[in-house]
Write a protein that binds this ligand. Structure first.
Ligand code: CP
Length: 317
């Protein structure tokens, strides 16, 4: 594997999950692979899980790790080509990225959608500059349109906890006070569409995702109907994708908050969320703390998904 930015980079999902379960049995068995290799993690945005789990995965593989927060201690970076740099950004990404590539063997990048331009976000302008100019394999640690390390961990979690071969998986929109990117729901949908699960997306009207990610999923606007018979409920907020509301909050209906009465409609579903989660906006305390909540094992699998990805890249260097 050269880069990891979407589901297609990982190849056969059954093989990827099998490899993940092997890694999980003994995560220190591959410590020789990363000897004298360096993982550089670049964050344009905040993180708890991605930062810790990816660093841990790299260390499990014997790698050295370096972390740089672009907005805390690094020079502010200009990303637009052709601008006269007379503002507050003293360095251009076009020099910074190849310089970063000089100091490492693999680069991880977190660069969220900025909602200033849908075209810029959906062309993955920043992530692609790392791919084009770093000279190193690039791992997306959540970019503008996808969060593949999260989706891979979600898939591993479902495979570990499913109680039937083809579970019904429902991704439901839930309210949130801030505009959030579509990367997690896009990516989750992209990965679910590569499985044989019964996959349903439910959201209020106006929150339709980019059709390239919706794919074969059934879209059901009635949340209660969508939840009937669900084996997994994957809650997530996202801001509107469709024009003219791209990046905007257009609904704050708290009846979409996943609570006990929602879970009662399901087939005793297990609850998932990528975290961080706003309690009693996205999900009620009792559901997230309940016996069918998978949020902690799901987060734990972030280490495993990252380790499989880094292991494959190291094996190909
Ligand atoms: N789920 C996830 O990516 O968490 P962080 O934003 O804390 O990394």
């Amino acid at each position: 594997m050269r880069n990891f930015t979407n589901v297609h980079d990982i190849g056969d999902l059954k093989a990827a999950v099998a490899e993940a379960l092997e890694v999980k049995k003994d995560r220190y068995a591959y410590g020789h692979l990363g000897h004298n290799k360096t993982m550089l993690m670049i964050f344009f945005n905040s993180s708890l899980r991605t930062r810790l789990s990816t660093q841990k995965a790299a260390m499990n593989l014997g790698m050295n790790t370096m972390v740089l927060d672009i907005n805390q201690g690094a020079w502010k970076l200009e990303t637009e080509r052709g601008v006269v740099m007379d503002g507050d950004k003293p360095e251009h990404l076009l020099e910074a990225v190849p310089v970063m590539g000089c100091y490492c063997d693999i680069i991880g990048v977190r660069s969220f959608a900025q909602f200033a331009s849908k075209e810029d976000d959906y062309s993955e302008k920043i992530l692609n500059q790392f791919i084009d100019y770093s000279g190193r394999p690039v791992v997306s640690m959540e970019a503008a349109t996808r969060h593949p390390l999260q989706s891979f961990a979600d898939l591993i979690t479902i495979e570990e906890h499913k109680e039937k071969p083809r579970p019904k998986v429902v991704m439901t929109w839930a309210p949130h006070p801030r505009s959030l990117p579509q990367a997690v729901p896009n990516s989750f949908a992209e990965w679910m569409n590569e499985t044989d699960y019964d996959f349903v997306i439910t959201h209020p009207e106006g929150y339709e995702l980019d059709p390239q990610f919706v794919g074969r999923a059934k879209v059901e606007y009635d949340q209660k109907k969508a939840l009937e018979g669900a084996d997994f409920v994957y809650a997530k907020n996202w801001a509107a994708y469709q024009d003219p509301n791209y990046g905007k909050i257009i609904n704050t209906d708290r009846s979409w908050t996943v609570g006990k009465e929602h879970m009662a409609l399901t087939n005793n579903a297990q609850f998932m969320h990528c975290l961080p989660v706003r309690r009693n906006m996205i999900v009620t305390d009792d559901v997230i703390e309940g016996p069918r909540s998978l949020v902690i094992p799901e987060a734990a699998n972030r280490e495993i998904s990252a380790q499989v990805v880094l292991k494959r890249i190291l094996e190909s260097l």
